[in-house]
Unconditional design. Structure first.
Lengths: 1054, 472
């Protein structure tokens, strides 16, 4: 500070102008630190710092005192377990099994909690793929509706019991029972079968009755007649050039969909462009199944015409003369063409059917035999045990119960009151049975009518083994101690049988039993390992063990009887199993309930699929003028239900269809009273239930569904129909986009959908032209993109990693496994029916489904759509607070803590993949008052403390009011990078694989580093079939799709 | 201000007013007991405002999920209302600033109310960007303040951030302008008041004495503020239009937006001024100050801007067609013929067809028709924003994600609530301050009063070249 006047001084030093003082006076801000004698050196500060601390301290204290944050308790490890490193995941090989559903898996556990299911790559059956059901199975471990211990019926409710008490009571019951029946779904476990046989050996009046919720009994019976083996053969879809499926949904739900999908996709991928070759798939069905949607040609036959359709093909191929009257002429013609194709490709083709009529299955076998499939595409030498149900046994059982011949019914993992055709009858008969015991883990319709529940473990808490195919063993090992006071059903059976082979003093008696069973069984049938311990260690480690154990087989001709006759009724309804819900076994699982159906794109309920047609002007007219989401009264025989409809492209006129597995009454918070149950509407056929009904009528509209939960309102991209006025072929869907034409009569904006660079399709025969067209379009787009002032950061992205993804649309079958895997990996909340109906679903990855081609019988394309991680991302520059930004590795990142929820990014996303937390779906908000109760449950899905155990600790749970979206599994990227770094090597493809990629049964998704020139992704990016969705808008997406190729023969439609 | 006034100019103040009469007419409403109409209006306004506040609290408490937005249509009524109110808020500054610079004397009759309207409209508008946030409690993140997070700054590339600056600047300048004009008038109120009222108005008028120095500074400040505010008239809505124009969504991404939005804003602003002034002049008997001449002038502006807007609509359609770009073409096709065709039709009719009535002089001077059309215009301008925002988002690039939208009761409640806020503020304003700028009216009395010019005073002032400043 400059002195103004010399005669003013502020002290002796100043007056005398002492040097030291003058120097320090020159500097207003003294550099010397002031040392306080009593202050620790690391806290040294000056007056300003003190004031800062004081101000901050006061402010923080005020805020902290004012807000009452809920206390969430976490308990640290007092003694750290050896195997667990906090923050590092352990993987255990196990097997997902539910009845006949099978998937060898690796279970990811974190701090002792199973949180994610991965496929086991070592499996020769599934090849590491998974299904939506397998992915979601980890959530059912933490189902809040699980039985917490043994229970006894008391009035209409349950009374807690103890295992000791229960064993005593049950033992008395068993020993006093004259006729014991064990009712079970397919059991693939040799050891479990052994345990049950110990029981049936002890109590010779006990019999096991096996059925499957969706019957494959006729197929098994036919095989028994033809081969003497009551089993499903191994189908080799990859070796078939022509696949004909009669109503068998082999990609979605039929027998072993993961295995079939993987093989099927091999024949669908285009590897060599010059000599493009792909299998040809013809589906004969009435409703659009997941498999049918992937087919090249669909031959439409009414459900009751299935038999004659098979018969017609049988006649054409084998020269038989089974009556085919009633089969529609168009189908007849197309089937004749199919027969010609099949004959030309004999030895390289495969015919399958889901028919529940033995004679029809016998014909299928005869067709396959005539075509030489048994040497080539069907392998009977390693039969599959994935379906073992016997409908005749079930029928007999019901008869026995009816006549009072059963006094103890043991329900083993099945729910016959709901999922059999005898459900209503059985429910009424249950009181007639003196004692009923259930092993159910969760209450269901059947268990609710039992007296005793001896709850079994979830498979993730159990020991067990599986023999899905002859000689193919997998092991089930527990990944967590039982959460509740439950006991494995097998162990209960052994205890009740008083088995001498079980040592209850051991900590895990069934484990010892299992091990012993392997020591005396599988171990002896191999010669790879000499010591049992090393053999056992390897099996537990790998989860898989195969022995060559082929059985000889020969085809035996049998005479073929009557097929089902076509009905003359005006309307027929078919019932089908969906990939997610099966026949209700999975309706208690929120992930599967919320998963949009691959075909209809609806969730939370079954929708009556009605045929739709173009009126030639500007409307897609549904059956009886019904519009999506309208309610109708459906009458099937005596049953009358009100349910919503959905216009289904590809649904045969004169038919409607409805999914099984809904309308359960005892399926916890999630599944109860969602949709309608039609298991009692199946037709009783000669050999078992037939999955259709001809005595059906649909009323006019009676209302509108309040919560129409369909995530996709527009279903098509360029379905072609005939314009009524000009008689020319136009894009019918584009004409139908016009709601009001100001009396100008415009036929929509032709090209409005087809000229979009969203999907590219081609027939395999026109591939050359299509590729040229695609390349031209891409060149145009790239030319446009060059005319820009945005410099970009390509140079930066060319260094280090640059993450990208490739999705092969020819491999994608739309099964939805990736969508569920994504929910599981990334803690995506379940929002419930009401929120889905408001388009508030939170899925980071969705599978868009579009129909194209013929409006009456279209082809389908599935397009997995997730954040495209654009390198010129429109979402990033519009965020006012930088909450979403780009990493140097090309990732589009979200900083949830920074997000204030303006949703501008979501508006500006061309792919509409950004999701907003509209309400407090996760209970992560600081205000607890606004958690939505979605299905009248007490806390939101995924917010219960038990359910929250499934959360991935590596992924933040998002609170209300923030945007979220696909992160390319950034937590996996970080983990992979760390692994490579600690191992001191370069990152490779295996280090980082996204959840969608690992879950995919067909290998449609490839993730990787675009800068890694030797990586798998780079090689995939070379294909001329590739395109970038919406390339012309220059957002520089990092996700590449392939053109969808079909092998349709247009002459089929004539 | 002195000027030679052409004899063919119509007088802007009728009724042969003296300075005292002007004071009486314009100040007395602040001194009398409120009229029955005012009380009823006030009760209604406050009730609606209360409902709006409830709906806003509901939104904050429950979440944006209480609105019917969805994963495809992430903005709808919220931003529609925001742009609509901001547009309405444009007339005030235009009248105050641009017309002042252009020496348009007719502005003095309406500028005070128009400025007040601007401020209240901007307040209503400013609400929406705040409450549409998912986490309003973190709204301070959009402000560039030093912080301990790096420091982490807002994203200066984001049009939403530009909005923050544009709107806050606009509000600040508008308030300053309005208040500056009020200072001498508050002094006039003070001079007639007693007791506490006097003290309050004395404070409000900053001790204004009416000295020549005060007047000189006052005039300078007005001019400086006018100079500052003029670019704002153009910039605010330009920046609001950037919210859409800088995006990639077809139908939003158009370069025509800035001029088109500004014209639309002036259009709707003048319509709202007319709606309000026609009511006010009736209620407070101000027909002598807000004359048919004023109404006609404003109708001319409406005709002009309405036609500009119409040309913009047609240009958009032409460019969409001419671009050969399927997304753009479909976006406009969809606007006109898609599920929301009625909104587009309503917009076209209200904004382009209805102002064409004003080509006819007798219609321009018809108060009833003007009142009716001013409301029609504002309905049309609301539709315009709805069409741009909701119907564009409803069907964008990927057909799989197309969706539909209709408002929830909360969204409707908030929109109604802003009317409550607007009219509550306006009614309070009409009670505490003169709704017509007293001092400025007095300025022009001798150049625009009917006893000095026009029919009543043929040839008189031509000789004298009346200057009114000496009469203060």
């Amino acid at each position: 500070m400059k002195k103004q006047l010399d005669n003013i001084w502020i002290g002796r030093e100043d007056l005398l102008k002492e040097d030291a003082f003058m120097q320090s006076a020159e500097k207003e801000f003294a550099k010397e630190e002031i040392h306080y004698a009593d202050m620790a050196s690391n806290l040294a500060g000056n007056r300003r710092d003190f004031l800062k601390f004081l101000g901050f301290g006061l402010g923080a204290a005020t805020i902290a005192a004012g807000c009452d944050f809920p206390v969430k308790k976490a308990i640290p490890y007092v003694i750290k377990p050896d195997q667990i490193v906090p923050g590092v995941a352990n993987y255990y090989a196990s097997t997902f099994v539910n009845g006949g559903d099978y998937c060898p898996v690796l279970v990811k556990t974190r701090e002792g909690r199973p949180i994610k299911i991965e496929g086991n790559d070592l499996s020769t059956i599934t090849g590491g793929g998974t299904s939506a059901r397998a992915q979601a199975s980890v959530l059912s471990l933490y189902d809040t509706n699980r039985f917490t211990g043994p229970k006894m019926k008391s009035g209409s409710g349950w009374k807690d019991s103890s295992w000791a008490e229960m064993d005593k009571i049950v033992s008395t019951t068993i020993s006093t029972s004259n006729n014991i029946r064990i009712l079970t779904n397919t059991i693939m476990s040799p050891t479990a079968r052994k345990a049950i046989s110990e029981f049936t050996n002890k109590y010779t009046n006990a019999k096991v009755v096996t059925y499957d919720p969706v019957s494959a009994s006729a197929l098994l019976d036919a095989n028994e007649q033809n081969f003497g083996i009551r089993a499903v053969p191994t189908y080799k879809f990859d070796l078939a050039d022509i696949i004909v499926s009669f109503n068998a949904d082999f990609l979605g739900s039929w027998i072993s969909p993961i295995e079939y999908a993987a093989a099927y996709a091999k024949g669908r991928k285009i590897s060599d462009i010059k000599q493009a070759k792909m299998s040809r798939h013809i589906q004969v069905e009435s409703h659009m199944s997941l498999t049918g949607s992937n087919a090249d040609n669909r031959i439409l036959v009414k459900p009751s015409e299935q038999g004659t359709a098979i018969a017609h093909l049988y006649n054409e191929i084998t020269g038989g003369s089974v009556g085919t009257t009633g089969l529609n002429a168009k189908a007849k013609k197309a089937l004749s063409k199919t027969a010609a194709e099949l004959k030309a490709a004999a030895g390289r083709c495969l015919v399958v059917s889901a028919s529940a009529n033995i004679n029809e299955q016998l014909m299928i076998n005869a067709i396959n035999n005539a075509l030489g499939s048994y040497e080539a595409t069907i392998d009977m030498s390693s039969p599959s045990y994935q379906r073992q149900g016997n409908d005749t046994d079930l029928k007999t059982l019901i008869g026995d119960i009816n006549s009072g011949n059963v006094d103890l019914l043991i329900i083993h993992g099945s729910n016959p009151v709901y999922d059999t055709i005898y459900g209503t009858q059985l429910a009424a008969l249950m009181p007639k049975i003196k004692n009923k015991i259930s092993f159910a883990t969760v209450n269901d319709e059947t268990t609710d009518l039992c007296d005793v529940v001896a709850p079994s473990n979830h498979y993730l808490e159990s020991w067990g083994d599986v023999e899905a195919k002859k000689g193919h063993y997998t092991l089930i090992q527990p990944t967590i101690s039982p959460l509740f006071d439950t006991r494995q059903a097998e162990l209960s059976m052994l205890i009740w049988a008083g088995s001498a082979n079980i040592d209850l003093a051991k900590e895990q008696p069934y484990y010892e039993y299992l091990k012993e069973s392997w020591r005396t069984g599988t171990f002896t049938s191999q010669n790879e390992y000499s010591s049992f311990q090393s053999f056992w260690d390897s099996v537990v480690h790998d989860g898989i063990f195969s022995v060559k154990n082929e059985s000889a087989f020969s085809f035996k001709n049998v005479s073929i009887g009557e097929v089902s006759k076509p009905a003359s009724s005006e309307l027929e309804i078919s019932f089908f199993e969906t990939a997610q819900m099966a026949n209700g076994q999975y309706s208690g699982n929120p992930w599967l309930m919320e998963m949009a159906d691959p075909v209809t794109r609806t969730s939370w309920g079954n929708y009556l699929a009605v045929p739709v047609d173009f009126d030639g002007v500007k409307t897609m007219v549904g059956y009886k003028n019904l519009v999506d989401g309208e309610l109708v009264e459906l009458t099937i025989g005596k049953k009358k239900v009100t349910l919503p409809v959905i216009q289904q492209f590809g649904q045969m006129p004169g038919t409607v269809s409805l999914a099984l597995g809904y309308g359960r009454t005892q399926a916890g918070n999630t599944g109860s009273n969602v949709g309608v149950n039609v298991n009692d509407c199946l037709t009783a056929g000669p050999d078992g239930p037939l999955y259709f009904n001809t005595n059906v009528s649909v009323s006019e509209r009676v209302g509108k569904e309040k919560e129409f939960s369909c995530v996709q309102y527009h279903h098509t991209i360029g379905v072609k129909g005939i314009d009524k006025e000009t008689n020319k072929e136009i894009n019918a869907d584009e004409a139908a986009l016009v709601f009001f034409d100001y009396f100008t009569g415009v036929k929509g904006f032709q090209g409005a959908l087809t000229d979009r660079s969203v999907i590219y399709t081609s027939n395999v025969k026109e591939l050359k032209n299509s590729i040229e067209h695609l390349q031209e379009r891409r060149k145009d787009a790239q030319h446009l993109n060059e005319q820009q002032i945005y410099g970009g950061f390509d140079e930066k992205y060319s260094l280090g990693h640059h993450w990208g993804m490739h999705v092969d649309l020819n491999a994608c079958i739309g099964c939805g496994t990736c969508a569920v895997a994504c929910m599981s990996e990334n803690n995506v909340p379940v929002v419930g029916k009401r929120e889905v109906s408001r388009h508030h679903e939170m899925t980071w990855l969705r599978i868009d489904r579009y129909y194209y081609g013929d409006v009456e019988n279209p082809n389908t394309i599935y397009q997995p759509m997730m954040c495209q991680h654009c390198d010129n991302a429109p979402c990033e520059n519009v965020c006012p607070v930088n909450a979403t930004n780009h990493s140097s590795e090309g990732l589009n990142q979200m900083a949830y803590n920074r997000c204030i929820g303006t949703r501008y990014c979501a508006n500006n996303c061309p792919y509409k993949v950004r999701r907003f937390n509209w309400l407090d779906y996760t209970k992560a908000d600081i205000w607890p008052a606004n958690q939505p109760r979605l299905q009248e449950e007490s806390v939101p899905f995924m917010a219960d403390n038990l359910t929250r155990m499934v959360l991935n600790p590596d992924v933040t749970v998002r609170s209300r009011g923030v945007i979220e979206k696909c992160s390319f599994c950034v937590q996996r990227i970080q983990e992979g990078k760390l692994t490579a770094k600690t191992e001191g090597r370069l990152l490779n493809d295996r280090d980082v694989r996204t959840a969608c990629q690992t879950s995919c049964p067909t290998g449609a998704i490839t993730f990787g580093d675009m800068n890694n020139k030797s990586g798998e992704l780079t090689s995939k990016l070379e294909s001329p079939l590739n395109y970038i969705a919406l390339e012309e808008i220059n957002v520089r997406s990092s996700v590449t799709y392939t053109m969808k190729i079909n092998n349709r023969d247009k002459s089929f439609d004539a | 201000m002195s000027a030679v006034v052409s004899p063919i100019r119509k007088p802007l103040i009728t009724g042969n007013k003296t300075y005292h009469q002007i004071t009486e007419d314009l100040i007395s409403p602040t001194e009398k007991t409120p009229t029955k109409e005012w009380v009823i209006g006030f009760i209604i306004s406050v009730s609606v405002l209360t409902w709006g506040v409830f709906c806003i609290l509901w939104t904050i408490w429950v979440g944006i999920g209480s609105w019917n937005l969805n994963r495809t249509i992430n903005w709808s009524w919220d931003i529609t209302n925001f742009v609509w109110w901001i547009g309405i808020g444009h007339a005030g500054t235009l009248i105050s600033a641009i017309l002042l610079l252009f020496r348009q004397k007719w502005r003095t009759g309406v500028n005070r109310a128009a400025e007040a309207m601007t401020i209240f409209a901007v307040m209503c508008a400013g609400l929406f960007p705040l409450i549409h946030m998912g986490r309003i409690w973190l709204a301070m993140f959009i402000l560039p303040y030093p912080n301990t997070r790096g420091p982490l700054w807002p994203n200066f590339n984001s049009p939403l951030l530009w909005d923050v600056f544009a709107i806050s600047t606009y509000l600040t300048v508008s308030v300053l302008f309005w208040y500056t004009g009020l200072v001498p008038d508050f002094a006039t109120v003070r001079d007639r008041a007693k007791g506490l009222r006097r003290k309050i108005y004395n404070t409000l008028s900053f001790g204004w004495t009416g000295s020549a120095k005060h007047w000189q500074r006052w005039e300078s400040l007005s001019l400086v503020l006018a100079g500052l505010a003029t670019p704002l008239v153009l910039s605010v809505h330009t920046i609001v239009s950037f919210d859409f124009a800088t995006s990639v969504i077809p139908g939003w991404h158009t370069t025509i937006f800035p001029p088109y939005f500004v014209a639309g804003a002036i259009f709707s602003g003048f319509a709202m001024v007319l709606t309000l002034m026609i009511i006010t002049r009736k209620l407070f008997n101000l027909q002598d100050y807000i004359t048919i001449e004023h109404i006609e002038s404003m109708n001319k502006v409406i005709l002009l801007t309405g036609t500009i807007v119409g040309v913009a609509y047609l240009t958009e359609l032409f460019i969409a067609w001419y671009s050969g770009y399927v997304y753009e073409q479909f976006a406009f096709f969809n606007r006109a013929l898609g599920p929301y065709w009625w909104a587009y039709f309503g917009m076209m009719f209200c904004n382009v067809v209805s102002p064409q009535f004003f080509w006819k002089k007798s219609f321009r001077r018809n108060v009833t028709l003007t009142f009716f059309l001013s409301i029609v215009v504002n309905i049309g301008m609301w539709f315009e924003r709805f069409v741009i925002i909701a119907t564009t988002l409803a069907r964008d690039y990927l057909p799989s994600s197309w969706s539909l939208y209709s408002p929830s009761w909360v969204e409707i409640g908030i929109y109604l609530g802003t009317f409550g806020l607007f009219f509550t503020c306006f009614l309070i304003f009409a009670r505490v301050a003169p709704v017509v700028a007293v001092a400025e009216i007095k300025h022009i009395l001798k150049s625009a009063g009917d006893q000095y010019i026009g029919e009543n005073n043929k040839g008189k002032h031509q000789q004298h070249g009346i200057s009114n400043s000496e009469h203060h």
